[in-house]
Write a protein that binds this ligand. Structure first.
Ligand SMILES: C[S@@+](CC[C@H](N)C(=O)[O-])C[C@H]1O[C@@H](n2cnc3c(N)ncnc32)[C@H](O)[C@@H]1O
Length: 228
């Protein structure tokens, strides 16, 4: 599969950078009470997590609603909501202790364009099927599994963006030519540099409705892979 360079990141205003720094502080403090993400110190959070999440920005739609599935402490959803106040974000995760802490962070940041929802994506899809213009995901599962979570939530013509590590090639190999089973185009694969390593972004277009059989009931996607 051809790997393309990620389009350039937009310039961020001083106000946006201040908000992002404030998010790093709030996440660092909250992380001491509830484990929202790995590192605690602000600088590591900034370089390894917040700067990483900025790379989703060039792939977001011009307008509409975006869902971040498995958002944890708000990565990438809070970063994107700060940078794109013109889009509406749903920050979704099934762990209530994380969503309670994230609610406090969102309130402290006065992020009017983000709502925190505590639910499994498979259950959430029953209420909000094909209502989003885009879905984003970071560090949740392998490519095929996250596609089953995200595809039912996005409208036809919308996009799905997944932040991936170096295992992405192995994850994609068995799925070549099979994505239309979820109503998806073949994905584009983008590469970008992060500190001392390369990172990857997958982008699918929702080209047809997702069959009603997906998503299966909670937990099924990981136990019985749809493409096997
Ligand atoms: C490793 S954390 C990643 C959190 C965040 N995206 C990040 O990059 O730091 C994975 C999160 O996905 C959530 N998760 C996994 N599957 C999910 C699903 N189907 N629906 C909602 N949340 C899910 C877990 O509860 C967990 O908080």
């Amino acid at each position: 599969m051809e790997i393309q360079p990620l389009p350039l990141l937009p310039e961020l205003s001083a106000k946006t950078l201040t908000q992002l720094r404030r998010y790093a502080s709030l996440l660092s403090v909250a992380n001491e009470r509830v484990r929202l993400t790995g590192p605690h110190d602000k600088e590591t959070l900034w370089h390894d997590h917040i700067e990483d999440c900025l790379h989703v920005l060039p792939l977001l739609p011009l307008s509409g609603a975006v869902v971040d599935v498995g958002t944890g402490g708000g990565l990438p959803g809070v970063v994107l909501a700060i940078c794109r106040p013109d889009l509406k974000f749903t920050l979704l995760d099934s762990l209530s202790r994380k969503m309670k802490a994230l609610n406090e962070i969102v309130a402290a940041l006065e992020l009017g364009n983000a709502e925190v929802v505590c639910a499994r994506s498979e259950d959430f899809a029953a209420a909000c099927r094909e209502q989003y213009d885009a879905a984003v995901v970071r560090a949740v599962s392998e490519a095929g599994v996250i596609a089953e979570y995200l595809a039912p939530l996005v409208r036809e013509g919308g996009v799905l963006a997944a932040m991936k590590g170096s295992s992405v090639g192995d994850e994609l190999a068995p799925l070549e030519g099979r994505w239309n089973a979820l109503g998806l185009s073949e994905p584009k694969l983008y590469e970008y540099d992060l500190k001392d390593h390369k990172s990857y972004m997958l982008l699918w277009k929702k080209s047809a409705p997702c069959p009603a059989a997906y998503p299966r009931k909670p937990g099924r996607a990981e136990k019985k892979l749809w493409w096997r």
